[in-house]
Write a protein that binds this ligand. Structure first.
Ligand code: PRT
Ligand code: MG
Length: 225
């Protein structure tokens, strides 16, 4: 890839929407709307800068392996990605900025009638359904709670309602999804926000393009650059 082109990986939806104002602050306008365009590569007003649309969980992979120079993804995604690939030789990601966007929290939730505190106190073995296996494993291990983790790829809320699991670990923002499924939040594991991630090799080769962008983002966030 040429050294005068910058590729930014974003996922459709809240991350794209909430990154736009930061890009704008850096003088970058995305020229197509992913809601109406089927394109996966979106041009910007800056000839050397383009946006690629990928699945949220694929953002770290794109940036790590050079499909993009930088990207935006949730801390949840970064933790799970690092845990999944931590054992193999990987080049890693530079995480220079907490963008403070797509905020939510990672929580444990159970059906309203399930006595979680008592189950934990009695040392019961909990069946926990989640997409976030690494975060859940680490959290319950630190608490000394035995869990059987059940990996799901979506609709975690359904698991306790069907008897698949006693509890779930999932992201919560308004709490409406939990409420609609008669689930209650019993633990807050961590606060989550989205991060800018940069490929270290790109920073070396394209530092002259990337650093002004980092500075503009930092300034827009009210940080010292
Ligand atoms: O949806 P897809 O399978 O393509 O991928 P994704 O779910 O990884 O992407 P996306 O765009 O849904 O989420 C991208 C990132 O946004 C996540 O990695 C989080 O860092 C962040 N984020 C912020 C959220 C939420 N808020 C959020 N509320 N991600 C998901 N949710 C879901 C949550 O899983 C639950 O199903 O929304 C539901 C709860 O929302 P409330 O408002 O009802 O509490
Ligand atoms: Mg989603």
């Amino acid at each position: 890839m040429s050294t005068d082109t910058l590729t930014l990986a974003l996922s459709k939806g809240r991350i794209f929407d909430e990154t736009l104002p930061l890009l704008r602050a850096a003088g970058i306008e995305v020229l197509e709307d992913p809601q109406t365009s089927r394109k996966l590569i979106l041009p910007t007003n800056r000839p050397g800068v383009r946006v690629v649309l990928v699945r949220a969980t694929d953002v770290p992979t794109y940036v790590e392996h050079g499909g993009a120079d930088l990207g935006v993804c949730g801390k949840d995604t970064l933790i799970e990605h690092a845990a999944a690939w931590g054992g193999s030789a990987h080049v890693g990601l530079y995480e220079p900025l907490d963008l403070g966007i797509a905020r939510c929290r990672m929580s444990v939730a159970v059906p309203a009638e399930f006595d979680y505190v008592r189950a934990v106190h009695q040392g019961a073995r909990l069946r926990v359904a989640t997409k976030y296996v690494a975060i859940a494993r680490e959290f319950f291990a630190a608490k000394g709670v035995h869990v059987d983790l059940i990996k799901l790829y979506g609709s975690m809320e359904l698991a306790p309602l069907t008897g698949l699991a006693d509890a779930i670990v999932d992201l919560v923002s308004t709490g409406n999804t939990l409420k609609a499924n008669r689930l209650v939040e019993v633990e807050r594991i961590m606060d989550i926000s989205s991060r800018l991630v940069v490929r270290p090799a790109s920073l070396k080769v394209k530092g002259a393009l990337i650093r002004p962008l980092l500075d503009a983002f930092a300034q827009a966030l009210g940080h010292a650059a």
